[in-house]
Design a protein around this ligand. Structure first.
Ligand code: AMP
Ligand code: ZN
Length: 494
């Protein structure tokens, strides 16, 4: 079996084979750093993170590049509103994006900034001018003449037969039934950021940024290009037009698009009050691991409806997996191996791989690990897990976590960062009691807890129950529940 992925270009599920043997070159459209990232953005970024992780787990060497759009219409508008330079404005949100990605255990791709690549963008426009695919207007802007690219529309499958040659659009994002010549480069305007280049002063259009940076980093033809489904038209269509008309080579082989996220059944919007940034949710006391888990629980091409009930459920799921891991790593087991547990572990690894090979069926992979946990917990209770069964079960858990990345017990330090950040933005009123409580009561690291558990064991061994009770009370105060069973001592966070 090999990975099969849906390709928006062919509208089919295809076997994924990279152009170069064992190397995958992939590009994802990154954030426009004009605000804090919302959970819809992270649904898409996590979907691509999952793909990245799974390709690596499958043995590929992956070059994964993402752009940071740090100049565009919205950035210019908002930085002017706040009375700060574009650079000051974007630096803040770029930093927030990096922090938020880390909070969600998104492995950083190679990040490239648009404003660090302005000259190659101008050169790209110049080459399109030489080929007479681009034209200049009186205000110093440059447009792409879509009539010169007959394949225009091949990704979005839109019918452009009513297209009017020469009709133009100069905003970056538009949703028109008929295509327009789009801006490659925007001439200077008073009060707007602009750069001096070989084609004159101005700034790049958004679509141009991605064509130039992806080909610069990955070559003229590469394996996969990703983004949210809203980018299919016009953004990706325009990227294809620019790139292929210049190189006469196919641009990206696979087009990977994540479906838009809904919140409580509706399209997320500030107006409906169902718009959440990652930080909004952490301020309410939700854990980053629950958010990541929920965002991966529905395969990337299916509609994910984000609800607060779902978020609570996700927290329970993560807890269950973590407790199972602890139970295995801290319990004591009789010598030997139980063949049923051995094959349970191997089959689970296989089932997860088959699920992810099938166009990243994350729901099915999660189902497989929970089935293993259910069966292994039952075996645990009847004493039929043996010492040699522990490593393979832990391997299955680790393989799961190489992709899903929710098992490390590191939520609290991350939540603490948000707690400390809120006052710097004048948002201390939004800090919930749940967040304060989570941070207050969970200051201990796993290692701190393990050493206290060892002390409890020692105290009990010498029948010093007073000391053992005192330690338990101390842990209970810090939100740690200690259970003493015939198998040994277990602990978990409240
Ligand atoms: P932006 O910062 O607006 O350029 O968007 C960054 C990424 O988030 C793009 O890949 C978008 O397609 C994606 N995105 C934006 N809104 C949503 C949403 N509601 N659900 C899923 N992905 C989204
Ligand atoms: Zn892009």
């Amino acid at each position: 079996m090999a990975l099969r992925l849906y390709n928006t270009m062919s509208s089919r599920i295809e076997e994924f084979r990279p152009l170069r043997n064992n190397e995958v070159r992939m590009y994802a459209c990154g954030p426009t750093v004009y605000d804090y990232g919302h959970i819809g953005n992270f649904r898409t970024f996590i979907a691509v993170d999952l793909l990245h992780r799974f390709l690596r787990q499958s043995g590929f060497k992956v070059h994964y590049v993402m752009n940071i759009t740090d100049v565009d219409d919205r950035i210019i508008r908002n930085s002017a509103r706040d009375g700060v330079s574009v650079q000051q404005f974007t630096a803040k949100y770029e930093k927030a994006f990096r922090e938020d990605s880390a909070m969600l255990n998104i492995e950083p791709p190679k990040l490239v900034r648009a404003t660090d690549n302005i000259q190659p963008m101008a050169e790209f426009v110049q080459k399109l001018m030489e080929k007479e695919i681009a034209y200049r207007t009186d205000d110093g802007s440059y447009y792409f003449r879509i009539a010169k690219f007959p394949a225009y529309g091949k990704l979005s499958k839109k019918d452009f037969s009513g297209m009017i040659d020469g009709a133009r659009v100069d905003v970056d994002d538009y949703d028109k039934d008929s295509a327009r010549d789009f801006a490659l480069w925007k001439g200077p305007k008073p009060g707007e950021a602009s750069w001096e280049t070989a084609i004159g002063p101005g700034r790049p259009g958004w679509h141009l940024e991605c064509s130039v940076m992806s080909m610069q980093e990955l070559g003229e033809s590469f394996d996969l290009h990703a983004g949210g489904e809203d980018l299919i038209f016009p953004h990706h269509e325009n990227e294809i037009a620019q790139s292929e008309s210049l190189t006469s080579k196919p641009f990206a082989r696979f087009w990977f698009h994540a479906r838009f996220l809904l919140v409580e059944g509706e399209k997320m919007s500030k107006r409906l009050g169902n718009f959440f940034t990652l930080r909004d949710l952490v301020l309410k006391g939700h854990r980053p691991s629950s958010i990541r888990y929920l965002l991966t629980s529905v395969p990337y091409r299916n509609q994910l409806n984000f609800t607060f009930d779902g978020l609570k459920q996700a927290a329970v799921s993560v807890e269950r997996l973590r407790n199972f891991g602890l139970r295995l790593s801290t319990g004591s087991f009789p010598a030997g191996a139980n063949p049923a547990m051995q094959s349970l572990a191997t089959e689970t690894i296989e089932r997860m791989r088959v699920a992810l090979d099938d166009d990243l069926n994350t729901a099915q992979a999660q189902g497989a690990i929970f089935e293993m946990v259910r069966q292994a917990n039952a075996a645990f209770d009847t004493g039929s897990i043996k010492k040699d069964d522990v490593p393979p079960l832990l391997v299955a858990l680790r393989k799961f976590d190489e992709i899903f990345a929710v098992l490390d017990d590191d939520d609290v330090p991350k939540m603490k960062q948000v707690l400390e950040w809120a006052p710097t933005e004048g948002r201390e009123k939004e800090i919930s009691n749940e967040l304060r409580e989570a941070v207050r009561s969970n200051q201990l690291t796993d290692a701190d807890i393990e050493s206290k558990i060892a002390a409890i064991k020692a105290a009990r061994a010498s029948r010093d129950f007073k000391a053992s009770d005192a330690l338990r009370a101390e842990l209970a105060d810090a939100g740690i529940i200690v259970e003493i069973t015939k198998d040994g001592i277990r602990w978990r966070r409240k």
